[in-house]
Design a protein around this ligand. Structure first.
Ligand SMILES: NC(=O)c1ccc[n+]([C@@H]2O[C@H](COP(=O)([O-])OP(=O)(O)OC[C@H]3O[C@@H](n4cnc5c(N)ncnc54)[C@H](O)[C@@H]3O)[C@@H](O)[C@H]2O)c1
Length: 384
């Protein structure tokens, strides 16, 4: 059984620690946080140990894997330290706050001969996975365009770090990266990016961004992200092809809706913690499926569904969008970034609550949990 230490006892640290505690493949040996009281609260709930530092945990426990759930700008520091100690790494998305850090993380893990798993979790949401698989097997023919939305309340967390663009990268890097990764999984590499956002007005706690992507294969996508909701969280997806269309709307397809009152987003991050994490009606949440998958990869030596290179490429798209939002100009993937580093061009392939509608004959609704496909009536690809 793999012995796992979680660093960070905030929103995601708590989600990850709970998943490991519920897993047969892993044993949660402890939780680390600079706020010992936060680590102790999670540890007490899950009957494990709390530590104030990685060094203290390392000195006390046998560890195989360290799962890093601290704010994004701290990822590199911990990945290098953990790899240096010869432990496998799981790290939350976005991989890092800049591409140099992301590259250094890959090199540190390669150099140390340990695995680096980046938790791009959308690939483990059944509705998105189903949509991906339908696209790949040609269920809606040749895809021309896609539209994705992801949004919720402005996140309020430790030290209000999400509100500082220099620390979080804004919702373009922190939130929309999920759809950038998903769309790249479906359609391959992106050539050009254009973005509009309210960057710089983050103190309003109503951030919103619109990003257009042109893929190398000619597909275009519109990705919209929001941290302007008064409460809740919602995702939407629409992919159109010559034979039909796939749609998903979390608000329409969720098996249950739960809304809790929260101070998040209302108090300027001064107290409390509230980061919207999508609900799942499944017995195993996508977060648990993802982490179990990473543990299985370690056990069997197989490649993960999302590689560190995939996570790097999604980050690359995010930074191109951030640059475009700042300059007002379209950005070709491969142009030098503000950091001075040239963004390499790349490749990749391949869209789950999903609906598929076919164009001519009757409107088939062939749903998985929440995926629907509609196909156009004739084979002309012209739907109604
Ligand atoms: N996959 C997803 O759906 C998802 C959702 C939310 C957040 N995230 C990502 O997870 C990461 C953590 O976000 P969060 O919302 O849990 O943040 P958070 O602020 O809720 O938690 C971060 C925790 O790290 C602790 N911390 C800060 N500095 C530390 C240090 N040097 N050493 C040890 N602990 C330290 C803080 O005390 C806090 O408890 C971010 O990268 C974020 O983007 C992913």
């Amino acid at each position: 059984m793999l012995k796992v230490l979680v660093i960070g006892a905030g929103t995601m640290g708590s989600v990850h620690a709970t998943a490991y505690a519920d897993m047969t493949q892993a044993e949660l040996v402890g939780v680390v946080d600079i706020r010992l009281s936060a680590a102790e609260a999670v540890a007490a709930k899950l009957q494990t140990k709390a530590f104030k530092s990685f060094e203290a945990a390392l000195a006390s426990e046998d560890i195989d894997v360290v799962d890093i759930c601290v704010p994004t700008y701290l990822h590199r520091r911990y990945v290098e330290q953990v790899a240096g100690a010869g432990k496998h790494v799981v790290c939350e998305k976005p991989m890092a706050r800049n591409l140099e850090d992301a590259q250094a993380m890959i090199e540190a893990c390669e150099g140390a001969g340990v695995q680096l798993f980046i938790a791009q979790v959308v690939r483990f949401f059944p509705e998105y996975r189903r949509a991906h698989d339908l696209v790949i097997k040609g269920a809606i023919g040749e895809v021309g365009n896609a539209r994705a939305f992801r949004g919720g309340v402005f996140p309020t967390a430790w030290n209000d770090w999400y509100a500082n663009v220099e620390l979080s990268g804004s919702l373009i890097v922190d939130l929309m990266i999920h759809d950038f990764d998903f769309l790249r999984w479906c359609f391959g590499d992106v050539e050009r990016v254009y973005a509009k956002s309210q960057l710089g007005r983050e103190l309003n706690r109503t951030d919103h961004a619109l990003v257009s992507l042109r893929f190398k294969n000619g597909i275009i996508a519109h990705v919209e992200g929001s941290w302007a909701y008064p409460s809740g969280f919602r995702t939407e997806l629409e992919i159109t092809g010559t034979k039909g269309m796939i749609t998903h709307d979390s608000a329409a397809t969720a098996a249950i809706h739960k809304q809790l009152r929260s101070s998040g987003g209302q108090n300027g991050g001064k107290e409390g913690s509230s980061v919207a994490v999508p609900e799942s009606p499944l017995r195993k949440s996508p977060y648990q499926l993802e982490l179990e998958h990473f543990m299985d990869c370690l056990r069997t030596g197989t490649d993960p569904l999302v590689t560190a290179e995939d996570a790097y490429k999604a980050l690359e798209i995010s930074f191109c969008a951030l640059k475009s939002a700042r300059t007002g100009e379209p950005v070709n993937v491969g142009e030098p970034m503000a950091s001075g580093k040239v963004v390499p061009a790349s490749s990749g392939a391949g869209a789950s609550a999903v609906t598929v509608a076919s164009t001519s004959t009757a409107t088939g609704t062939q749903a998985s949990t929440a995926t629907s496909i509609s196909t156009p009536s004739t084979a002309t690809g012209k739907g109604e």
